[in-house]
Write a protein that binds this ligand. Sequence first.
Ligand code: AGP
Length: 366
Amino acid sequence: AAAEKAPYPHFMIKEIHEQPRALRDTLRGRIEGGRVVFPELEEAVSHLRRCRRFFLTACGTAFHAGLVGKYLLEKLARLPVEADIASEFRYRDLILDPGDVVLVISQSGETADTLAALRLAKERGAKVLAITNVVGSSVAREADWVLYTWAGPEIAVASTKAYTAQVLLVTLLALYLAELKVTLPPEEIASLVEEIKLLPERVAQVLAWEEEIARLAQALKEQQHFFFIGRGLDWAVAEEGALKLKEISYIHAEAYPAGELKHGTLALVTEGVPVVALATQPHLLEKMLSNIKEVKARGAWVLAVTADGQVVAGETDVCFHLPPGNPLLMPAVAVVPLQLLAYHVAVARGCDVDQPRNLAKSVTVE
Ligand code: AGP
């Protein structure tokens, strides 16, 4: 019954709409009186308290959720994090110490490269903390400690609800470690925790834009190239937005840290090329504005995703205003219009949304 998509035409759109529920389920039991609690990490506490650095490894969308985690672990728990795609991680001559923690993220828990990276990390003496969506999966069985995303079964090849649940979990993990390591005052943790409870509702608000986004998708469906730009957390979201679009609509899409554009890619930005600019981070807004002006000056068509009201709107062709909130919590909300856009562009192009060509839901062979 969980695999039924009705009344939706595709599993992907069903799963996009399940996100508020997936977030609520992933939150359940993990917040107590303004703190994050993880009973499943009880055995890990002394190790985590002492640990001085994290590694993070995953593939595809799970890696993009990891990039959000990297920023938040650094910002909130003051932990240096080295992030590496699993197929790179496993073939480097990694220097791991027994005190290190390797965070492994995998929806399926069966991705070959991710699993090999996990095994390598253990062989080299590090501890493995896994985030996965599948109870009893290989990653869950082999990791030292496991945190589950409770997104429910994800059927569509393009990952959506698992991603937002992973983003939520890495955010909770960063706050949990911030308390353990005393890097944030309890009041600050409590205020972020309070706001995290509002995320399912914020995502639901953005889901209500679907019709408008579907209309926009009609207008964009003939495009052949897309660029996604952002800075900091927005760059991580841009990577995910570009991946969603290319895997299901077969449109060439690239994501860049916005400041990197002028180091080469700006040469490809010409009249009418769509650029999706993520601008949800106030401390980077001025910089993003100048990047937006830069691409506009080359004739780009700019869609902005922002949370700041009017500042960016005046400079862009279309502007999505996210519900306001703490910038650190924006990724789980900012990705939603990008998921909807990718979905509706793919549908408008007549693509097989749930089963894109050449791709498998989980890549269990190298
Ligand atoms: C996501 O839309 C992709 N289809 C893909 O990148 C996926 O996220 C990746 O293969 C990792 O899968 P996992 O989370 O099951 O390990």
